[in-house]
Design a protein around this ligand. Structure first.
Ligand SMILES: Cc1cc2nc3c(=O)[nH]c(=O)nc-3n(C[C@H](O)[C@H](O)[C@H](O)COP(=O)(O)OP(=O)(O)OC[C@H]3O[C@@H](n4cnc5c(N)ncnc54)[C@H](O)[C@@H]3O)c2cc1C
Length: 416
């Protein structure tokens, strides 16, 4: 194998995520970073995002976009989805709208457990990135490569639209990113009418680094594994199949469709789906392949118990209406401690989602409370330990006694 094909980090996908990550990893001059992009190295060019360009770029014959027939989970409906296929990723074609997003969503991420991902942290990040054509206002215009600007001159139809909204009480604003729920022209990720993008700024523009290489027209077909450790990728190029080795990590930035697709093609995913498609199974899922949890047992049609030490299980996953965490288990020292926790939960009005009972599989005596994220926490004691030679199996009957489900329980296990 050519030494050029051996690097420290392989990043699959040259969209915004891949470009930002390559730039960050390349800050250490010791790191050899390779970005592999399936599409071409060109984008729409520095043209303004005029409607005609957008239609051309996103039409089915466009070299910049890939069209997928997509069936939303649990429906019979088929939809068409678009993703980018060029250095620059999905923003190669769209409207380049610079939208900071809903502030409440960022706080929801922190509330869901991602410490530090909140509105004030993101506001700092946005202001550090922006150099806004509207000039300095509260927290804006710190200066950066990406420069949101408001397109002009305003077109008549949009002006009428904003006017009409104002007459219905939705205030007209100058900058939609300062306060949402107002009417305003969208800011664009352009400057003086010219397109900016992750690769333009970070891979090829001001942020270019000599230790970051980019291969375009190179489609990764599968990830190569040594056991369950990713060691490289196999890719299709114009000259045939090439293998690249990653001494440190393979990072997937291939988009919301491309990354899971590549994992499945490489043998990481739902065993039933992969077996039906004739793909050799490398690891059942993220929990086993990355977090190295082991499957202890399961109950058809879709409740799986995983352990991280000798205790029977720490987490159970359910394939219910949507794939979800069914519960996390906390093992207490004694039945009295479990009883006290039960009293505290009741006294504080916490929703007891499954009553006290004893499981058939781990023999623990426990109850479940629904946490604010919606899945259960199991509080129990007396669960069995699992030895090295344990064989995962379907344990069939769920309970020795008790464990009655509260009626309004969206994460109830599939067979209950
Ligand atoms: C039609 C459309 C309009 C949008 N409009 C806006 C907008 O106006 N404003 C906004 O903020 N956001 C917009 N978005 C969303 C935005 O584009 C995405 O959030 C963003 O691009 C995600 O970045 P990413 O790097 O994760 O993935 P992507 O941008 O999708 O990049 C993934 C890259 O990986 C490459 N890839 C995939 N599989 C492989 C493989 N096997 N081997 C090698 N390379 C591979 C693809 O070719 C692609 O270049 C829009 C998206 C779409 C589809």
């Amino acid at each position: 194998m050519s030494s050029k094909n051996v690097v420290d980090y392989i990043i699959v996908g040259g969209g915004p995520a891949g470009s930002a990550l390559a730039h960050r990893l390349g800050a250490n001059p010791q790191n050899r970073v390779l970005v592999i992009e399936a599409g071409s190295g060109s984008d729409l060019g520095p043209r303004p995002p005029a409607p005609a360009n957008l239609v051309r770029a996103s039409s089915s014959g466009s070299p910049y976009m890939r069209h997928y027939a997509h069936r939303p989970y649990d429906t019979d409906r088929t939809e068409q989805r678009l993703t980018g296929r060029a250095l620059g990723g999905s923003p190669t074609a769209p409207g380049l709208i610079w939208d900071r997003g809903g502030e409440a969503d960022y706080d929801a991420w922190e509330a869901a457990g991602i410490t530090g991902w909140n509105r004030s942290r993101f506001e700092q990040a946005f202001t550090a990135m922006e150099k806004n054509a509207l000039g300095v206002t509260g927290g804006r215009d710190v200066g950066s490569p990406r420069r949101p600007e408001v397109p002009g001159p305003p077109d008549l139809a949009s002006a009428w639209w904003i006017d009409a909204l104002a007459r219905h009480g939705i205030e007209a604003a100058e900058d939609l990113n300062v306060r949402h729920e107002q009417a305003a022209y969208a800011s664009l990720s352009t400057w003086n009418g010219a397109r900016t993008s992750g690769p333009r700024a970070l891979l090829r523009g001001y942020g270019r680094r000599s230790n970051v290489r980019v291969r375009t027209h190179c489609e990764v077909r599968r990830i190569l594994f040594d056991g369950t450790t990713a060691t490289g990728v196999e890719a299709k190029t114009r000259r045939g199949t090439v293998r690249f080795t990653a001494c440190r990590e393979v990072v997937l930035c291939a988009g919301t469709t491309g990354s899971p697709l590549l994992l499945e093609r490489s043998g990481v995913g739902d065993p039933e789906v992969l077996t039906a498609a004739g793909v050799h199974l490398v690891a059942a899922n993220l929990y086993e392949s990355v977090l190295e949890l082991e499957l202890t047992d399961y109950r058809a049609p879709g409740l799986y118990f995983f352990r991280c030490n000798t205790a029977h299980h720490s987490i159970a996953l359910a394939r219910a209406a949507t794939p979800s965490i069914h519960h996390l288990e906390f093992e207490y020292d004694s039945l009295d401690d479990v009883g006290r926790a039960y009293d505290r939960a009741k006294a504080n009005g916490e929703p007891i989602s499954i009553s006290l009972g004893r499981h058939m599989n781990d023999k623990a005596i426990s109850f479940y409370v629904r946490n604010p994220s919606g899945f259960h926490l199991e509080i129990g004691c007396g669960g069995i330990e699992v030895g090295e030679h344990w064989v995962p199996h379907d344990f069939g009957v769920p309970d020795v006694w008790g464990h009655h489900h509260a009626s309004a329980n969206p994460f109830a296990s599939p067979t209950s």
